[in-house]
Design a protein around this ligand. Structure first.
Ligand code: MN
Length: 228
């Protein structure tokens, strides 16, 4: 097939001994840890988790430099467990998600222009320019589920220049992975290659040029990103 210009290359993530994982879409869950929901001024009893998206081109590979983005003076990283799907569908049953639909797991950063997000919230505008900008989705290689097993708990942490900022347990997620995939697949049809950034625990704060971010989830490869 000829095109008017060469189509964009497929974005991939390494996946240990498996072939590279082609990324189709990136879904993100907002307000999925009670302590983070509270620090954002929400009530986790009343305000349910919700979904937003980033484009696949926002992926930044591990051990990279993230250029400090334009139009912000408050860039904040959010450490997140990332779920990678290798099977799609609509109305995916909760009890089939692990092993049948989940390919594996990674560690990601939901990079946020917090000042733009705050302004968008106040004006009732969409979050895209706050959340879905270039390089806003740093992510490690994927650990296939046959190595890690299904992940439902474990320490999740973010360090900046060696100092702990965020520390939680993925078991504290409000919407657990099986329910999350089920809910999302009721909203839109899911496809192989879809990633879900599953939300962040409390402790968000800005980073500046030169900062080294280390994001970890127990059992997975750490994510190291330098702000440039
Ligand atoms: Mn997030």
């Amino acid at each position: 097939m000829n095109y008017a210009f060469p189509p964009a290359p497929v974005v991939t993530l390494d996946a240990m001994s498996s072939e590279p994982f082609p990324v189709r879409r990136i879904f993100c869950v907002g307000r999925n840890y009670p302590d983070h929901a509270r620090e954002m001024g929400a009530d986790p009893e009343r305000d349910e988790p919700f979904f937003f998206m980033k484009p696949p081109g926002a992926i930044l590979q591990n051990n990279s430099i993230l250029p400090y983005p334009t139009h912000t003076e408050n860039l904040q990283p959010e450490v997140e467990l990332v779920v990678a799907l290798h099977k799609g569908g609509k109305n995916i049953p909760v009890d089939k998600v692990d092993y049948d639909y989940v390919f594996g797991y990674a560690v990601g950063l939901d990079m946020t222009r917090r000042d733009l997000q705050q302004a968008a919230k106040e004006k009732g505008q969409p979050w895209d320019m706050a959340k879905a900008f270039d390089h806003s989705a740093p992510c490690t290689a994927i650990t296939p589920e046959f190595y890690s097993g299904a992940i439902s708990r474990g320490k999740i942490e973010l360090k900046v220049n060696g100092e702990i900022r965020q520390s939680g347990d993925v078991g504290d997620m409000i919407l657990k992975i099986p329910q999350m995939v089920n809910t999302l697949s009721n909203l839109v049809e899911l496809f192989p290659g879809d990633l879900i950034f599953t939300g962040t625990p409390a402790g968000i704060a800005p980073v500046v040029k030169g900062d080294v971010i280390e994001a970890t989830v127990a059992g997975l490869e750490p994510l190291i990103i330098t702000i440039g």
